[in-house]
Design a protein around this ligand. Structure first.
Ligand code: AMP
Ligand code: ZN
Length: 115
C-alpha cells in the first residue's frame, strides 16, 4: 500500500467509495464521474502503479481481476449484451491515478468509439 495513493486509500476505507465487488485480491467500485451507464473501476488490492509495473508473480492479481470482470458482468446483467474494458497506461493515455485500474463500461452500445 502507498501512503499517498487515492485508490490504496479507497481499499483501506479511508476514502469513501461505492463498492461493487471485493475479494482477497480485488476491489471494484463505481467511478465517481461515469463515462457510461455502467462505469466500474476494478483494482488490485496490491499497489501496482500501472500495466508497466506488473511483474512476474502478479499472475494471481491478473487472473482475479479478470474473474471479477466475469462476476461483475453477470451481476450487472451485461454478460450477454457485452461490455468494454479500458486500461489507461501512462500520460499519453491520460492515466490520472497511478494505481492500476480497469475501467468496466457497459449498459449502452459503444459502436466504433475508442472509449
Ligand atoms: P484514469 O484516467 O484511467 O486514471 O481514470 C481514473 C478514474 O478514476 C476516472 O475515471 C475518475 O473519474 C475516477 N476517480 C477519481 N477519483 C475517484 C473516486 N474518489 N472514486 C471513484 N472514482 C474516482
Ligand atoms: Zn495504490
Amino acid at each position: 500500500m502507498e501512503e499517498d495513493c487515492l485508490f490504496c486509500k479507497i481499499i483501506k476505507g479511508e476514502v469513501p467509495s461505492t463498492k461493487v465487488y471485493e475479494d482477497e485480491y480485488v476491489y471494484a467500485f463505481k467511478d465517481i464521474n461515469p463515462a457510461a451507464t455502467v462505469h466500474i473501476l476494478i483494482i488490485p488490492k496490491k499497489h501496482i502503479s500501472s500495466l508497466e509495473d506488473l511483474k512476474n508473480g502478479d499472475e494471481e492479481y491478473v487472473w482475479k481481476i479478470h474473474e471479477a470482470m466475469q462476476k461483475i458482468s453477470k451481476a450487472q446483467g451485461v454478460s450477454e449484451s457485452g461490455y468494454r474494458i479500458i486500461v489507461n497506461c501512462g500520460k499519453d493515455a491520460g492515466q490520472e491515478v497511478m494505481h492500476l485500474h480497469y475501467h468496466f463500461l457497459a449498459g449502452e452500445k459503444f459502436g466504433d468509439k475508442i472509449v
